[in-house]
Design a protein around this ligand. Structure first.
Ligand SMILES: NC(=O)c1ccc[n+]([C@@H]2O[C@H](COP(=O)([O-])OP(=O)(O)OC[C@H]3O[C@@H](n4cnc5c(N)ncnc54)[C@H](OP(=O)(O)O)[C@@H]3O)[C@@H](O)[C@H]2O)c1
Length: 342
């Protein structure tokens, strides 16, 4: 991994000062877990509506509020910015931050397509500024245990990953789930998780992708089935969607046994190792609501002068977005801002 000292060499070894951009639903959960993470403090909040931003800041004790992300980017008292806006708005904000030398933890998916992610990663590398996609699942303790089982060869060679991630979303066509202008659809919101876990187990990028989808009235994917094949012959499949309930579990199979992450595998607190019917079950409760581990990893990277995390490296984010671009090509989904792209 490429490691470049960050320009923020003055980052204190004790408390890291965070800012949150877009004080919406997920930002509340993040702010609660900032309180759980060792050595983190909420310094600033930025949003489009100053009264909403002030009330969020008051709730979580942040001293600074901004209605302009460029002003936030220029504030020297902020060490790192967490971006929690809808997908379509990640790119512009992250770009402003990275250009200003401000480290970024960006909600999943990092951007709506690979082209945007490539540009952010290039900026992170050329400016030597930390950048990570907030794919929180990979940082959970239960996934460390899964990686240990896999590395130890307990299920043999992993051959298959299968999962489902579906729920019945409120049919509000203006919401970020269904609105194409906000990069709606199940793939970018939910499918990013099975892709990130298959990638962790089977390899960075599949060499063959097959996708089929049921599209919503708004033209985004509301039920999606995907099959993936990797260079070594292993395969993965997932179904994700916004119009049905399913058990949202994940299984990893090898020639000696399998691992099951029961519902909800994305926030996994339990994993079961099954070797020929002999079960080992581990329970790994989280200290907070589960975001504290990615927060602590981001801070470890900042203190170590690393611009990416080995748990969620830039190239993994990029490869997943390339796969999602291909899935969208197959199901005929382009977002409005992509229409003019060649
Ligand atoms: N890790 C997880 O478990 C998880 C779970 C849910 C969501 N997420 C991710 O977090 C992001 C936000 O999801 P959410 O459910 O929190 O969304 P949300 O509540 O609908 O929106 C978040 C905030 O973004 C701002 N916003 C809304 N539309 C915007 C626009 N067009 N441009 C710029 N800002 C806009 C709004 O704040 P202001 O109006 O105050 O600026 C809003 O409160 C998504 O990318 C999603 O994938 C992650």
């Amino acid at each position: 991994m490429k490691t470049i000292p960050t320009p923020a060499a003055s980052i204190p070894s004790s408390t890291i000062q965070w800012a949150i951009v877009a004080p919406g639903k997920i930002a509340h959960k993040f702010a609660r877990d900032l309180r759980v993470a060792e050595g983190a403090q909420l310094r600033a909040v930025a949003g489009r509506d100053l009264s909403r931003t002030r009330s969020f800041a008051a709730e979580f004790g942040a001293p600074l509020c901004f209605d302009d992300v460029s002003a936030l980017a220029a504030d020297p008292s902020v060490d790192i910015v967490y971006i929690a806006s809808p997908h379509n708005a990640h790119f512009a904000t992250a770009k402003i931050m990275l250009e200003a030398g401000k480290p970024v933890l960006c909600e999943k998916p990092m951007t709506i397509n690979a082209r945007q992610a490539r540009e952010l990663i290039d900026l992170s590398r050329s400016n030597g500024v930390f950048l990570m996609e907030a794919l929180w699942t990979r940082f959970l303790p239960v996934y460390s245990q899964v990686r240990e089982w896999l590395d130890g060869g307990l299920i043999g060679r992993p051959q298959v990953v299968t999962s489902t991630f579906c729920f019945q979303a409120p049919r509000d066509f203006s919401s970020r789930m269904f609105n194409p202008a906000l990069a709606g659809g199940g793939l970018l919101d939910l499918g990013v998780y099975p892709l990130a876990i298959s990638q962790m187990v089977l390899g960075r990028k599949p060499d063959h992708v097959t996708a089929t989808a049921q599209m919503s009235e708004t033209g985004v994917d509301e039920m999606l089935a995907v099959s993936l094949r990797y260079a070594n012959g292993s395969v993965a499949q997932f179904i994700c969607g916004l119009n049905a309930h399913l058990e949202n579990s994940l299984m990893i199979g090898g020639d000696k046994g399998f691992i099951r992450l029961p519902e909800y595998f994305i926030s996994g607190k339990q994993a079961v190792l099954n070797i020929g019917g002999s079960l080992t079950t581990i329970h790994q409760p989280t200290r907070g609501e589960g975001f504290e581990y990615q927060i602590e990893e981001a801070m470890r990277c900042l203190r170590a002068g690393e611009i990416e995390s080995p748990i969620m490296p830039h190239d993994d984010t990029l490869a997943t977005l390339e796969t999602m671009d291909e899935i969208r090509r197959q199901i005929g989904l382009r977002y409005p801002e992509e229409i003019d792209e060649v």
